[in-house]
Design a protein around this ligand. Sequence first.
Ligand SMILES: [Zn+2]
Length: 431
Amino acid sequence: MGENMSKRLKLVSTTEAEMEERSFPNQYPDWDQGFAVSNAGAEMDSDEPLDSEGKVNEAFLRKVQSKIKDLLQQMEEGLKTADPHDFSTYTGWTGIALMYLQLHRVSGEASHLQRALDYVKRAMRILNGRKVTFLCGDAGPLAVGAVVHHKLNNNTESKDCVSRLFQLQRSVVSPDNEMPDELLFGRTGYLFALLYVNKEIGADAVDEATITKVVTAIVESGKNMSAEEKKTDRCPLLYEWHKKQYVGAAHGLTGIFYILMQPGAGLHPTMLAELVRPSIDYVRHKRFRSGNFPSSLSNESDRLVHWCHGAPGVIHMLIMAYKMFKEEKYLKEAIDCAEVIWQRGLLRKGYGICHGTAGNGYAFLTLYKLTQEKKYLYRACKFAEWCLDYGTHGCRIPDRPYSLFEGMAGTIHYMSEMANPEASSFPAFEL
Ligand SMILES: [Zn+2]
């Protein structure tokens, strides 16, 4: 327990450290300007990532590919001295496996799948039964293990991983458990693992009843907290982590609502309309004039523009709400999020995906997938271009510099999306 506690305290202090973020002023020209130049018959700047039809051009892709190669070498070298006991998706071996799975998806190379297997096996040997989520607990390695084995046609091993994943559900659905609900350490992080397995292996890998039990536990917990805080009318689903009602994707309400809205979660339309939707609208009213969102419901400083806290995480929920409820206001606010991210999304915290430039770039990819507007693909490319100069902007070096969520593996994951932006997906979050 002592160790658990100190880990928790460390996480709290990390969250507070994130409050100090300052971003770089973004001096990139916008796509519209670049397009105007090419229309005027002037010579296209060969450094521009998109061709005149708005497709990612070959020259840019070659630069990205060569940087990925270079970073992979650095990462493999750096991992030799990484914490051997960190099996997690967030900062450990499973995150590296997930990155290789992505490279396999893009390139089709068997060696990448083999690497994914090596890393996830390494993770599965050191599970500790302390946490249940995809990002920080045992569910991550087991779910990724199930998927990697499935892709290799090792069906017995894959099924074994899934059944071990199921065994974790008891503590998740127990109502008197003090488990939080958020994505990083709570029930939603377990639900994600189940949905991920279904998406990658097939919808019958995890039965509906199990998913329903977990979804119900999350909904009940949110209703209880809302009643305790006397907010049943305004925000029927309310959650907190460490006594704070966080808003962002990692610890907060929007991450939970985003996963609850996934079609695979099968939440009843009435519940979506009567519980999730008004709660989303409650959070929306807390947004800043800039279009950014606070880190918690009681926080009034407009400082953080990260996936974990702020617009780059919230935008995913808004886009999902737009798809679900078909109301323009959600799309409009998602577009406002993208503006804030474009202005303030190049971060001194580095190139990672939790609180770095790559994670912020995913916001543009997601909006591009929805709207097909070239402007957002252009912006995604510009953030990837920033990552090409990895390490030269004077950014802070993260504690786990090669990991998926804080470090280099996440940047590689993001850069690899440039080859097929239509199929891009924020790891351990987008389904
Ligand atoms: Zn973060």
